[in-house]
Design a protein around this ligand. Structure first.
Ligand SMILES: [Fe+2]
Ligand SMILES: [Fe+2]
Length: 167
C-alpha cells in the first residue's frame, strides 16, 4: 500500500469513529429530552459506525500495514429539536459519502485495485445510510410540532436492533 493510501484509510478510521461519537452525542440528547426510542435508534447507529471503523482497521492490518490512531474531535452536543438533530446527521452522512468518493479517487490515482474493491462496500453502505437517516427526517417532517405524533414515532423508533451489516 502506498503511504498516501494508508494515510487516507487511517483518516477514514478516525472519521467513522468520529461519526460514532457524534451519534453517541445525539443519543445523549434524545435521552435527555425523554425520547428513548430515538435514543435507542441512535445507539444502534453508534454500533454501525464502530463497525465501519473496524472494518477499515482490519483491512489495513490484512494488507500488513500498521494503523496509527489519532485524537477524536469533540462532537456537537446541542440542537433545537429532534428534526435539527436528524438534519445534522443527514448532512454528516452526505459528508461521509464525499469522503468515500475521495478515498476511491485516491485508490484509483494510486493504482490500488484492492483498496478500490474494498471501498465499493462503503459506496453501497452510504446509499443505505443516507436513505435510513433521510427516512427518519421525512417522518419527523410529517409529524412537525405535534407532540402526540412525536411520542408515537418515538415508540416505533425503539424497534431497530443492531445487525452487523452484510459484507
Ligand atoms: Fe459510517
Ligand atoms: Fe448502515
Amino acid at each position: 500500500m502506498t503511504p498516501k493510501m494508508k494515510k487516507a484509510l487511517s483518516n477514514q478510521v478516525n472519521a467513522e469513529l468520529y461519526a460514532s461519537y457524534l451519534y453517541l452525542s445525539m443519543c445523549a440528547w434524545f435521552e435527555s429530552k425523554g425520547l428513548p426510542g430515538f435514543a435507542s435508534w441512535m445507539r444502534v447507529q453508534v454500533q454501525e459506525e464502530m463497525f465501519h471503523a473496524i472494518k477499515i482497521f482490519d483491512y489495513i492490518h490484512d494488507r500488513k500495514e500498521e494503523v496509527s490512531l489519532e485524537a477524536l474531535a469533540k462532537p456537537e452536543s446541542s440542537w433545537d429539536s429532534a428534526q435539527a438533530v436528524i438534519e445534522s446527521a443527514v448532512k454528516h452522512e452526505q459528508k461521509v459519502t464525499e469522503m468515500i468518493n475521495d478515498l476511491i479517487n485516491c485508490a484509483l490515482d494510486e493504482r490500488d485495485h484492492a483498496a478500490n474493491q474494498f471501498l465499493q462496500w462503503y459506496v453501497a453502505e452510504q446509499v443505505e445510510e443516507e436513505a435510513s437517516f433521510g427516512a427518519v427526517y421525512d417522518r419527523l417532517h410529517l409529524v412537525g410540532n405535534d407532540s402526540a405524533g412525536l411520542f408515537a414515532l418515538d415508540l416505533g423508533m425503539s424497534k431497530r436492533g443492531f445487525l452487523p451489516p452484510a459484507v
